[in-house]
Structure formats: C-alpha cells, structure tokens
Design a protein around this ligand. Structure first.
Ligand code: BGC
Length: 745
C-alpha cells in the first residue's frame, strides 16, 4: 500500500573508503577481487586481535564533554570515546536527539540566557515531539524525520545519536512522555524502528532507550518498577523487541530505574537473558548517564559506561567510573574475564562497522535549514489531531473577518519540551527562555520561533487578527466577544526530570478558556502539550486541535489545519482520560516502589477496555475534514499468520488521509485485556477514491508470553478481528480461526 509522498527524505549516504587504516577499505578491496566482503563481526574480530588490553579498556567508557573547555577531540557531546588512531578507530561522538540534534545550554550570559557550548555550528532543526510523531501513525514520516536529524548530526561531527525513546506511556503525568511514542507496543515499535532506520541511513548510529520500564521521572534514579515477567514481556519489552527487530539500533541504553528492585544496568535478566540471549541483540548496551552501579554491571550485560564527568579537568583516563579502575582490577584478578571485555568491545566495533562509521566519517558542512524545516513541518501537519469539530467550525470559513488569538505566546512561537531532548532553535527562541523555580542548567522552557498567528495572517489576507496574551481572562473575553472567532492557545510545559502534578492545564488556563468560551460561541482550542490533559471546558468550545509540541514549523502546520490548507490526519497514540480517577494509579506516587502489576500488560486503552471506562478521547481517535468508510473485510489465516484486508473509501469531498486500525480480540479466559492493536495503515485518498488495505498481524499480538517455556504461545481458536477508526469506533467485524503455535522470542 502506497502511503504519502515524502519529497524530502534524504538519500542514504554512500560508503566511501576514506580512512586509510579502515578495515572497510581492506574488505572492499577484497570484494573487488573475489572473496566475499567481511561481515561487521569478522571485521571487529580482526581488529580486536590487534588491540592491547588497554586499547580494549579504552572503548568501554565515554566522557561527558559538555564543558566549556574541550578535551582534545571533544566537541561538546554527552558521550565521547576518543579515537584510537593507531588502529584506525574513529572517536564516538554521542549526542542527544530526542527530537533533533540537542544543543546544550551551559552557563548563562549577561541577560540570563544560556550559552551554548556544543562545538561545531550548534544549529539544529527540531521535529515535533515524539508523541506527536507517533500521532502521525506514519512510519515514513518517522523515517524522514530520523534521516533529517541523522543528516544534521553527520554534518556537525556527530556519529551517534542518543535517540529512539520508546518507554510506554504507563503514567500520563510522566515528564518525558513527549520524548516517547505513546502507549501501544506495536505503534511505538513501528514508529521507533523507522526513526532509527532513518538516523542510521546517514551513517550515524542510534540508541534505543531507556531499557526498560522507565515510566516516570519522580525518583527516577532510585524508583523500582515492579511488574510480573509475563506482563512486561507483553508490553514494554515487546515494544523494545519489535523496534529492535525493525530498526537495528547500534546500542540499547539501560535506564536509571530498577525493575523488581534490580537496577536496569545491573539487571542480568533484562540484559543477558532477554536482550542478548532471547532477542540475539548483537549491539552494545550503554548505561544512561550515571546509571552504572559497579563493575559487576559488566557481568550483568552492560558493555559501556556513559558520560563520565570530566568536571573542569581534561585528563581522560584518570576519572573514576565503574568501568575505570574497578574494571582494571577485576580484569587483573579474573572477576571479569578478558573474554567478557572482548565481547564488550566486539559489540561496539561491529556496530560501528555495520553503521558505516569507519567508511563514512562525518563531513562538516552547513545545514540545509529550509529543507530540514520542511521535513519537520510535514511531520507536524500529520501529527496534529482534530479532537472536536462541532458544526464543521473548522476549517475557518471565508466569512470570518475578525479573529482573536489568545494566549500561549501564539504571536511569537510554539512551545517545546525541556531536558536533554531540547533543541535550541536556529536564530534563538521566540521569546526569552525561562526556567522552573528549582532547576538544572539543562531545563529550559523554549518557544520555537514559528508563530501560528503570523502564519494564519499570511494564509488569511484581509482578515483582522488581534492578539491577547491571556493573562487577564476578562480582557481576553472582551476581545473574543468582539471577534468572529476566538482561538485560545493552551500550553503545558513538560521536561525531563519533572513530572506533571496532575492532568490539569497549568496556570489557570481552564478559567481563561471558560471566560473566552462564554464570550464567543465559536471558540477554538489549540493545545501544545506534552501529554494528555483534562478538558473541563470541552462542551463549551466548538473545536479542539491537539498540536503537541509541533517543532520548527509548528506555527505553519497549525495555521494549515485551521485554514483547511492541511486536512488533519493525526490519531491519538495515547488515551486521554476524563480525570486521574480513571488511571491505574490516581495519584502519582513518590514512593520508591511503583506497582505496575495493577494494570500489568493492559497499558492505556487496554486498561480502559478491561475496566469498561469511558475515556475523554480514546486511543486511535482523530477527526478529518473528510469522512472515511470501511467495507469488504476478508480475514485469511494460515497457521498463526492472520492477514486482514478491507476497503477504505474517502466519502468526503476533500483529499485526505485516514488510518484504519485493526484490533485483535483476545479469548475471554486468556487473562488479557479485551483487544490489542494488531495493525494499521495510513492511506492518502482523493475524494471518492477507494483502496484495499492488506495487513498481516504479527503472531505475538495474538499470543501470551509463557514464562516457564520462555516463549510466545498462541492458543488455537477463533479470534475476533475488528477494523475501526479508533479503539472505540469499530466498524467491521470478522474472525480468524488460528492454529495453536509456539514462537521463540
Ligand atoms: C537521560 C538520557 C540522555 C542522557 C545524556 C540522561 O539524563 O536520561 O536520555 O541520553 O542523559 O544526556
């Protein structure tokens, strides 16, 4: 099925033999004579034969060079493994990239604004938040975004991105949900896998993170995520498993938290048994920054300790870390065998070969900022979810002559999320950046300079557009009253290391919206938020546009949807609850133990289905200016392979995109939530056009995880197959007669 054209996808970079000492050169020379080229594993083995113990030891620690004075070879990245020139091994420059190439604020200038120290140019283009990217339900968009940020990294001397955040949204108040891809393992994995493939197409390695169950920021360094094996294999771990298969990330970053009281990076079960044994992951495990807990982590499956703090000093090698002096000692006394160190180094080097790091080193060149911004804009346009549109209030009609724009700094820009995913925009923030009262140097509230108001003015010449900052609800209501339409921009700033206290919009914005809605029956809400929020005013407003953090050209994307230049096609990747009482944990806990067995594998919509709760907006929901119909369902089964095909038709009079979703019903006695997302496809259709969509369901989505047997088990029987517009709007019904099967993980 052809989806949407993406004119801006970068071409994969071509391998060139640039490094004289590179074994890639040797192997390509072989290839031209007759022997088959060496595999990345063979190359790594050959190189390791030439490495001393010190050389190998050198590879298993990275240094934090986010300091004003750089060590030799440092460019200001979060993780730096210096080159070993005698062996032709390039440096690893590992830079954060939740939504774009992170540029680091360190220190402040005389105006209280941060100074950036990351070497090279420092310019970078932010995509929409990853939650927004997930709302596109379009892996091609994720791939294009990944290749855009991979390309920006490559042209700035960076050859590894700390990207690929895929923690399932178990906790809607989690401050980092905007860095992740929602609540469903299949959707998150397909989007993450595509983003990682995009990054790595540019010869820039990617991580996938944070492995695993890193579901809240409160007590993030100490909290234990407690959950049964079966539940985690069917939920959070399944997301990692499928994304790793799809994206082949070079490295898995183990998280800060504990699982069942064992730290992620000391968790032999998670790292050795599941990741390396069951999933046969060939890459390396790097710790999150400061997430190492002693030299035994090496035996538990960790391969590299990340981001050793250089303080103000330069002398790499003298710093202490779990894999510094303690590893030297453990190798000397045999507690960590040399073969284990070789394995750690093998995993790093084979991934560097596989990713093209030897053959295609970064080439410093200026960004093509306009083209990159268009990639971001396309993503934002498909990310925006139209949640409500009574009486076709949107798109704005040609009869509208006066518009009131209220709040959210919409006259200047769009909000972005804070923390290590932050991208300091080209040309600087739209308004001076600010910080929370208690803060770290990297926590900033930044508005990207892409004003929805200015974009709207441009798209609607002749219309009077007036702005009120929303600080005084009475004044804002007066402006709303004297305008044909009032558009309120509501914001919820989220940031790494800070969870939201609840699901309410902060700073009295609900009262502002109430006042505006009372003054003007045509109130439109635009949300820029990091996760679900409550909407006590929902019945009083005409339309609601969920814009997430929309990135470099978010203003243009929002204005495009408001005016109808863009037909909205986003679908929710996360359930919006009515209130906190509907959640598995109504209170965000600050205890050191979080009980995830309450919902087990039933994360998000599965919990709402299991408990028969009516959400505010269900998973998968989103409106369009068109309307789509489904028909002609066929379900074909061959053993445990279920293939579903059906017809989707654009019944409206506008071209648009739809995302039909296939849900699989689980047997009542399975102990599972009633249904799971089994597949989806984003389809672009002209008015009255029909297409047949065909989707094969991964058999693990019909299975339960058998812990004793360490395998997936499909119970033979009849499985309901439903096709719908969301997890709560199921239109076509069929069944699949599935044979019993066992599947090795
Ligand atoms: C975050 C990671 C990030 C790392 C390096 C940590 O605090 O949890 O996501 O990659 O810092 O900046």
């Amino acid at each position: 099925m052809k989806v949407v054209d993406l004119p801006f996808v970068r071409k994969p970079t071509r391998s060139l033999c640039l490094t004289a000492l590179s074994l890639a050169c040797v192997s390509s020379a072989f290839a031209q004579s007759s022997s088959p080229p060496l595999t990345p594993d063979q190359r790594a083995d050959q190189l390791i034969k030439r490495m001393s113990l010190d050389d190998m030891h050198h590879m298993v620690q990275s240094y934090n060079t986010m300091i004003p004075q750089q060590p030799p070879g440092g460019i200001g990245t979060a993780g730096y493994v210096p080159a070993l020139p005698a062996l032709g091994i390039p440096a690893l420059q590992e830079n954060d990239a939740g939504i774009g190439v992170h540029n680091y604020p360190v220190g402040k200038d005389k105006n209280g604004q941060p100074t950036l120290v990351r070497g090279v140019a420092g310019d970078a283009t932010p995509l929409p938040s990853l939650l927004g990217l997930a709302a596109t339900w379009n892996p091609q968009i994720a791939y294009a975004g990944g290749s855009m940020i991979g390309g920006e990294a490559h042209s700035q001397g960076i050859n590894m991105l700390l990207a690929g955040g895929i923690n399932l949204a178990r906790e809607p108040r989690n401050g980092r949900n905007f860095e992740y891809l929602g609540e469903d393992p299949l959707l998150a994995a397909r989007m993450d896998g595509a983003e990682i493939r995009g990054i790595q197409s540019q010869h820039v390695l990617s991580t996938i993170k944070h492995y695993a169950l890193n579901a809240q920021e409160t007590n993030r360094l100490t909290v234990s995520s407690n959950i049964d094996e079966r539940a985690m294999r069917e939920s959070d771990l399944l997301a990692f498993e499928m994304a790793i298969e799809d994206g082949h990330p070079a490295s898995v970053m183990c998280g800060y938290n504990k699982i069942n009281h064992v730290y992620d990076c000391s968790n032999s079960h998670l790292l050795n048994d599941v990741l390396k044994h069951d999933w046969k992951f060939p890459g390396w495990v790097m710790t999150d920054w400061g997430a190492d807990h002693g030299v035994n982590d090496a035996l538990d499956g960790t391969d590299q300790v990340s981001g050793i703090d250089l303080g103000s000093g330069f002398s790499i090698g003298s710093m202490s870390s779990s894999f510094g002096a303690p590893l030297t000692q453990a190798l000397a006394n045999g507690t960590v065998p040399r073969s284990r160190l070789q394995d750690m180094v093998h995993r790093i080097l084979r991934s560097m070969y596989a990713g093209g790091l030897f053959a295609d080193p970064p080439v410093i060149k200026p960004l093509n900022a306009d083209v990159d911004a268009l990639v971001s804009q396309h993503a934002a346009e498909q990310a925006i979810v139209l949640l409500k549109n009574d009486h076709a209030q949107l798109p704005l009609s040609a009869n509208v002559k006066t518009i009131a724009i209220i709040g959210g700094h919409a006259d200047a820009g769009v909000l972005s999320g804070g923390g290590s995913a932050q991208v300091w925009p080209i040309g600087g923030p739209a308004i001076p950046a600010s910080q929370p009262p208690v803060q770290n140097v990297w926590q900033w509230m930044v508005y990207d300079p892409s004003s929805p108001m200015k974009a709207l003015q441009k798209m609607m010449p002749g219309v009077t557009v007036r702005y009120d900052d929303g600080s005084d609800p009475t004044r804002a209501a007066a402006l709303a009253k004297s305008s044909d339409v009032a558009i309120v921009f509501a914001t919820q700033w989220m940031c790494e290391a800070i969870d939201a206290p609840n699901l309410s919009l902060p700073n009295g914005q609900d009262a502002l919206i109430d006042a505006v809605a009372a003054a003007n029956p045509h109130a439109v809400m635009v949300l820029e938020n990091g996760g679900p929020v409550k909407m006590p005013w929902l019945s009083k407003v005409g339309a609601v546009v969920e814009a997430w953090y929309p990135g470099a050209r978010g203003g243009e994307a929002i204005a495009g949807v408001l005016t109808g230049k863009v037909n909205p096609s986003g679908r929710l990747p996360i359930t919006f609850p009515q209130d906190e009482q509907q959640l598995p944990r109504p209170q965000l806990t600050d205890a050191l133990d979080v009980d995830y067995n309450i919902e087990g594998a039933a994360v998000g919509y599965k919990w709402f289905d299991e408990k028969k709760l009516e959400p505010l907006f269900p998973f998968g929901f989103g409106l369009s200016y068109s309307h789509f119909g489904y028909s002609d369902l066929h379900v074909n089964t061959k053993g445990d392979r279920v293939t579903v095909s059906f017809k989707v038709t654009n019944l409206g009079d506008r071209a648009g995109m739809d995302t039909p979703q296939i849900y699989v019903g689980m047997p009542a006695n399975s102990g599972e939530a009633p249904r799971r997302l089994g597949g989806f496809e984003k389809v672009a259709l002209q008015p009255k056009e029909s297409r047949t969509v065909t989707v094969t369901i991964d058999p693990r989505l019909l299975a339960v995880f058998d812990v004793q047997g360490d395998q997936w088990q499909v119970a033979g029987g009849s499985y309901p197959i439903q096709v719908g517009r969301s997890s709560r709007d199921l239109v076509l019904n069929g069944t699949a007669a599935v044979a019993a099967a066992r599947i090795a993980p």
